[in-house]
Design a protein around this ligand. Structure first.
Ligand SMILES: Cc1cc2nc3c(=O)[nH]c(=O)nc-3n(C[C@H](O)[C@H](O)[C@H](O)COP(=O)(O)OP(=O)(O)OC[C@H]3O[C@@H](n4cnc5c(N)ncnc54)[C@H](O)[C@@H]3O)c2cc1C
Length: 483
């Protein structure tokens, strides 16, 4: 996890086009607040803003800079749903329950859209639409997905026939698609910086370079230590994504760290319009495939190629540019000008971890490759739970904390990513008509079902015995420390 830029952000197209905001000071005193939020990514910032809007005092501790990791480096696709495919959520919890979850995911998306309207900052650039394109000539598969999303789950979607897709994406590799007119893409770093400003306007205190290094979660007033100051709070919200593992290793073990890569091409000039005239976001299949959108008029921002270790972003960025050149030969050579990676936290069921771990200890984590809407959803649910005693978060209880498999899990996931890529590419070549329904998320391959059931059966705790979420292994240790 190296952050090479002296500003504390990795150089990216987003940092090159970031709105200027002042650096926040670290915490240097002792502070008493109602709520302490650990982590200033999209999950922590949304939670803090909503808690402050509810009239409670809140402090956010950020180890580095606001949104320096996944929240400020992602593809910027704001979609409904979750990293888990809709069909799998229905299978797990039933249709009625899944419909409630999807409505919440849509509320998360709507929250981001509405908040952008409130942020007095240019350059978030929301652009409507997401086309989830099939690389297989399989209209039955698309029809099944449309039925599930539209008729069963009430999602606003349209079916686009191959001819319509190819009018706007001029490649013979694509067939029909599911279009989400209400989805959009945006500049995620500027959104996060604007969200932080709104949280502060509502009364939240945000501290940067203020890692929580120890936490005493017992008692009515919890104690959170940073190197130069201490917070006492009635509630703690853990919104640290995979990095929270340094503070609470047992929580870290419930997430599989997955690095995803983003490349921005050199300007493509008028050539781009000969290939792509759709201005929304595009994904071309299930799992770790290619996700792209037009930025800056004539460049493409391309995202994908997940790995379970931090690989060379430049090599993978060149690979992403090559993927685009392969799809659209009329573009000629496609040069990758900027590339970077960020790490996301993937749960074994691909659903987020939202809930109360122990009295006053809250978790908003595990958003995987589908965090732009689900972090907003989680922030709102956790804030409402704390401020109003609302218990909607319990809808997520079926997705309890499960050990993510350690190094064995990493190896299994990497094999799953490779296998999915190869399988999808093979099927696209052969015109195989038996792929899984679409509806999954960017940067998220299906975990092999057998690995999932094996790991979860081996490590799962019995969450149904209590109202709180249950950690694998024992309950929270009295005083977990930064290793
Ligand atoms: C390359 C990439 C592309 C993606 N593309 C998309 C996309 O297009 N659409 C989409 O919906 N999702 C996408 N995602 C996923 C999405 O970005 C994440 O799910 C989401 O941003 C996670 O937000 P977060 O707040 O949980 O985590 P983060 O953004 O990682 O924020 C967590 C913060 O907590 C801080 N922290 C951790 N521990 C401590 C501590 N002890 N003390 C203080 N601070 C601490 C960290 O420093 C960090 O700033 C992508 C992810 C990546 C990496």
């Amino acid at each position: 996890m190296s952050v090479s830029d002296r500003t504390g952000y990795r150089p990216s197209w987003y940092t090159a086009t970031a709105a200027r905001t002042a650096e926040r000071a670290p915490l240097t005193t002792d502070l008493d607040v109602d709520v302490c939020v650990i982590g200033a990514g999209l999950a922590g910032l949304t939670t803090a803003r909503e808690i402050a809007r509810g009239g409670w005092s809140v402090a956010v501790l950020e180890a580095r800079r606001i949104a320096w990791n996944a929240s400020g480096q992602n593809g910027g696709f704001v979609l409904p749903g979750f990293a888990a495919p809709a069909s799998r959520v229905v299978e797990r919890v039933g249709l009625a329950h899944a419909k409630e979850l999807w409505a919440l995911s849509q509320a998360g998306l709507d929250y981001v859209r509405a908040t952008i309207g409130e942020i007095a900052m240019p350059d978030i650039d929301p652009v409507d639409g997401w086309l989830n394109v099939s690389k297989l000539d399989d209209t039955a598969r698309t029809a099944a997905t449309l039925r599930l999303l539209e008729e069963d789950l009430g999602v606003e979607v349209e079916g686009w026939a191959s001819e319509r897709v190819r009018e706007v994406l001029k490649t013979d590799r694509y067939f029909d698609a599911v279009h989400f007119p209400g989805a959009f893409h945006m500049h995620p770093l500027n959104y996060a910086l604007g969200l932080a400003a709104l949280a502060e306007q509502a009364g939240a205190h945000i501290f940067e370079h203020a890692p929580a290094v120890a936490i005493d979660p017992g008692g009515v007033r919890k104690r959170i230590d940073t190197p130069q100051g201490r917070v006492r709070a009635a509630h703690v919200v853990l919104a640290g994504n995979v990095h929270v593992g340094a503070l609470m290793p047992q929580l870290g073990r419930t997430l599989l760290p997955v690095w995803s890569y983003v490349a921005v091409t050199a300007p493509l000039g008028p050539r781009l319009a000969q290939a792509i005239t759709y201005s929304g976001a595009v994904s071309d299949g299930v799992g770790p495939d290619t996700h792209y959108r037009v930025v800056d008029g004539d460049r493409l921002l391309v995202c994908g190629r997940a790995t379970v270790w931090e690989a060379d972003a430049h090599a993978l960025g060149r690979g992403l540019a090559a993927d685009i050149a392969g799809l659209y030969p009329q573009l000629g050579a496609v040069e990758c000008e900027l590339c970077w990676s960020g790490v996301l936290g993937r749960t074994i069921h691909d659903m987020p971890q939202i809930g109360e771990l122990a009295p006053g200890i809250w978790l908003a984590s595990g958003f995987g490759g589908h965090g732009c809407n689900t972090t907003a959803l989680a922030g709102n649910l956790v804030a409402r739970a704390i401020v109003d005693g609302d218990d909607t978060w319990r809808l997520f209880r079926p997705f309890e904390l499960i050990w993510a498999g350690g190094s064995v899990g990493r190896a299994a996931a990497q094999i799953a990513y490779w296998w999915t890529r190869r399988r999808e590419a093979g099927k696209a070549r052969q015109g195989n008509r038996h792929a899984d329904p679409i509806g999954g998320a960017p940067a998220s391959a299906r975990w092999p079902e057998r690995a999932e059931s094996h790991l979860s059966l081996a490590m799962r705790s019995d969450a149904s015995a209590t109202d709180a979420m249950v950690l694998p292994e024992a309950a929270l240790p009295a005083e977990p420390h930064l290793d």
